[in-house]
Design a protein around this ligand. Sequence first.
Ligand code: AFP
Length: 280
Amino acid sequence: MTEIFNAIKASAIRIRYAIENDDTGYSHNQNATGDVQLKLDIKSDFIIEEEFSKISTVKELASEEKEHVKPMHKNGKYLIGYDPLDGSSLADVNLSVGSIFGIYEDDYRGCNLKASVYVVYGPRVEIVIGYDGRVELHRLDADHEFHFIQLINLDNKGKLNSPGGTQKNWLPHHKEMIESIFADGYRLRYSGGMVPDLHQILLKGGGLFSYPATSDVPKGKLRMTFEVFPFAQIYELAGGQAIDGKQRLLDMTPEHIHDTTPCFFGSNEEIERVKLAYGN
Ligand code: AFP
């Protein structure tokens, strides 16, 4: 697993350079979800694939930017689902973006997720690794090396509320829950990039990130394999919870690698409020 983490670190350094120096414009292509791809999406995907191609334990890649899985080494052990540059549309307004990785065995079910990693490309480049029962924060230093900074743990109750989805399309019980959380004094923190938004809640002691079912997008926007399951694992390892409104996200099975799901990530008290609002 260490060589996979090292490949992600090598990719992060190359992607950070691309973000700072390459064209942030749109390509003429669409990904499997129908999003028009940025040149940075394609470049980031290429970098990651190139770094993983050097590792014999990687059996297969499933990228948000590719319709189908890509075989790598037939005797490999791990399947890697990843979003090469999540929130890439924020890069051209100089907001933080990220890369997200789920390292699976056998298939892409939440129960087969063995490790989760995300990279935040912000004022600093940081990597968070959820593995072996803990969540580690590493930071890229001037020597172009990542150094361990701290373990990450969520408080039982937080102060931040990060509500995604088009508000005019929120379902009534969701709207009521979000408003009640703000009425209790929680602070709004939402950039439109799930990586920095979820990273902030983890590092600031907790709260709630939600991207719910809406009247126009009943299955939610965020993808299970590449985005939701890795963050679900990291939030659970940090002492929080991750649900779809009713069930634990990591108990779910995607029918297709690009399947989406409503998702809630947070500290325990906030997730209990979600369960109540969603009729559990
Ligand atoms: P892009 O990758 O298309 O920029 O979308 C980012 C994202 O998938 C995720 O990072 C955000 O949490 C979510 O979309 C924001 O969606 P809204 O723009 O609908 O709030």
